[in-house]
Write a protein that binds this ligand. Structure first.
Ligand code: ADE
Length: 230
C-alpha cells in the first residue's frame, strides 16, 4: 500500500512513521510513504501557500493553486483510490474505516493547516474527509500520522502474528481484555488463575467475558453497534 502525503510540515511526519511497526512494514515492502512539501508547488518569491480569507475573519486559508498543482502531478503518475483531507469536520476515524482503507492500494492525504484549505479544493479533489477526534489540532499532520499508523498495521503481513490485529480493541466493537506477563505474582498481585491453566477454551471464554465487561463499563455506546445483544 502506498500513501502520498501533502504537507507544509513534512518534518512532523518523519519521526512517527520511521520507527517500530511502520518502519518494519516499509522494510518488508508492504508500505510506502511519500511526503510532498506543498511549498515546492507554490510560485512567487515567497512561495506563499496561504492567504487572507474572503469576507474577513481571523486566520489564513490554504491557497488552491499549489495544492491543485501538487495533486494534479501525483494523479498523473498513478490512480488514487482515495484522496483524504484531514479536518475536524470530517468523518470520524474508527476501526471500521481503518479496515476499509487498509484494502486500498494508493491513498493520497492532504494535511490541512491554518483555517483549512480553500473549499474549492475539497469540492474538486477530495473523496474522503477524516477527523481523528472532536478536538482541534494545530495541523493535519498528526492526524495523517494516525491514519497511516492505524491503517498500515492492518495490511496483511505487517504484524508478526497475523491474527493479532483481529483481537485488537474495536475489531468486534468490543474493547480488548486485560493482559498480563511475568511474574505471575507481583508484590502479591496475582495473575488470574485461568490464564495460567493452559486450558485454551476457558481462556478464550474468560477473555471474551472480560471484553464485554470492559466495554459495558467503559464504552457502552460500542455495545449498541456490536448488535450481539450483550
Ligand atoms: N486538523 C485539525 N484538527 C483535526 C482533527 N481533529 N482531525 C483531523 N484533522 C485535524
Amino acid at each position: 500500500m502506498r500513501f502520498d502525503i501533502i504537507t507544509v510540515l513534512p518534518e512532523l511526519l518523519e519521526s512517527p512513521l520511521n520507527h517500530s511497526i511502520m518502519q518494519r512494514a516499509k522494510d518488508k515492502g508492504l508500505l510506502e510513504v511519500h511526503l510532498h512539501q506543498l511549498r515546492d508547488y507554490a510560485t512567487g518569491k515567497h512561495r506563499q501557500v496561504d492567504d487572507y480569507q474572503f469576507g474577513g475573519g481571523a486566520g489564513m486559508v490554504m491557497k488552491p493553486e499549489p495544492i491543485s498543482a501538487c495533486i494534479s502531478k501525483l494523479c498523473a503518475e498513478r490512480t488514487y483510490d482515495e484522496i483524504i483531507y484531514t479536518t475536524p469536520d470530517g468523518q470520524m476515524l474508527d476501526q471500521a474505516l481503518c479496515n476499509r482503507l487498509s484494502m486500498k492500494q494508493n491513498v493520497l492525504i492532504l494535511c490541512g493547516h491554518y483555517k483549512g484549505v480553500d473549499d474549492r479544493i475539497r469540492q474538486k479533489y477530495v473523496t474522503l474527509e477524516v477527523s481523528i477526534g472532536d478536538y482541534v489540532l494545530s495541523g493535519g499532520e498528526l492526524a495523517a500520522a494516525v491514519i497511516v499508523d492505524s491503517v498500515g498495521r492492518l495490511i496483511p503481513g505487517v504484524l508478526n502474528d497475523e491474527t493479532s490485529a483481529l483481537f485488537d480493541s474495536f475489531q468486534d466493537n468490543l474493547l480488548a481484555p486485560p493482559v498480563y506477563t511475568r511474574p505471575a505474582d507481583w508484590n502479591g498481585m496475582k495473575v488470574p488463575e485461568v490464564l495460567l491453566s493452559g486450558h485454551e477454551k476457558n481462556i478464550e471464554e474468560w477473555r471474551h467475558e472480560q471484553s464485554i465487561e470492559r466495554t459495558k463499563t467503559r464504552r457502552p455506546d460500542l455495545l449498541e453497534k456490536s448488535g450481539d445483544g450483550y
